[in-house]
Ligand binder design. Sequence first.
Ligand SMILES: NC(=O)c1ccc[n+]([C@@H]2O[C@H](COP(=O)([O-])OP(=O)(O)OC[C@H]3O[C@@H](n4cnc5c(N)ncnc54)[C@H](O)[C@@H]3O)[C@@H](O)[C@H]2O)c1
Length: 371
Amino acid sequence: MNHILVTGGAGFIGSHTVDHLVAKGYRVRVLDSLQERVHPHGWPAYIPESVDKIQGDVRNRADWLKALDGIDGVIHLAAYQDYMPDFSTFHHVNTVGGTLLYELIVERQLPIKKVVLASSQATYGEGKYRCGEHGLLYPNSRPDAQLARGEWEVRCPHCNTELEHQRITEDTVNPHTTYGISKYAVEMTSFSLGRKYDIPTTNMRYSIVQGPRNSFFNAYSGICRIFTLRVLHDQPPVCYEDGQSLRDYIYVGDVARANVLCLEDERADFRAFNVAGQRGTTTLEYANMVIQTAGRHIEPLVNGDYRFGDTRHTVSSGEALQSLGWRPETPLEQVIAEYVEWVKEQPNLRDFYAETAQKMRAANIIRRAQS
Ligand SMILES: NC(=O)c1ccc[n+]([C@@H]2O[C@H](COP(=O)([O-])OP(=O)(O)OC[C@H]3O[C@@H](n4cnc5c(N)ncnc54)[C@H](O)[C@@H]3O)[C@@H](O)[C@H]2O)c1
């Protein structure tokens, strides 16, 4: 394999993956639609000169065909991700876009030797828990009536006791957002068509990815950018629920290495891997780390706001990918410090979160518990 197409290569994970591929001597092409809210100023300057850039949409056959010409490996990262209720767009971009890649490889008999796709921790939904009496459980979303009462922990559907969260392994998925469902739909399609037509395929279930170039124009998600923008504007970071929700965070450079490892290593064929961080961190702990890194004297705000559809504790196990020789090398403290420095260098910085939060409140995505 020599010539690699990276879709979404102008974006956050895509551009770091491109850098890693170029450093390893690959010829690289990028297909990216330059989504307005991610790239309001067009092609970002960080894409290396040697990279061939095509502006196009993964929902468009002609754009795919142009981009796939002469290519022998694909890292497919272009996707739609949001919290807003435009449900069908997730399927249009993520499910249809990914399926179209396989359709064209088969239809045109393209000599693609490997496809690596960006899946997500979102395929696990609420995640993995244990009940003392009922054993391992993969519960559904917490009922909104429970959250409205300010009761945050996940409860056993059989005996209503609080459940103990477990590190999530790759074996059981249970997506409960349209985004997560769209990602799992592409996983199943890519494995099914990949096996049938002999197109080696790997799906990467990233935990929350962090690092420079995580566009701060789109503040719908991304704890690091939201908290950093708030703190740099001397505003308190808002921790949803009680600030005790656990997540694992992974550095974008570690993710880029994982993508290229799975592109190259046949042991990864037809498998889905968690790309997990070093440890679980609470939202409150994270907020305090950002405040400390930025050197501000602010207290995080825990005011009973919660995000409809959020999960409680989502921490993945990275053991399967680690068995191929990969490690999450970068500690969270270093990731936050690097991101804060990067944000400070960006021109025209606004507290984008304030506008986004207003929209999300109007759409009833951000709600407030009664107690
Ligand atoms: N960032 C995370 O924490 C995270 C976590 C889990 C999974 N993922 C997945 O990783 C991938 C990359 O995410 P990211 O964080 O780098 O996002 P990003 O928004 O920075 O990059 C995505 C890129 O895809 C492009 N794009 C969007 N729609 C497109 C379309 N229809 N056709 C062509 N290009 C299009 C955008 O312009 C952007 O450059 C996505 O598939 C995402 O679902 C990300």
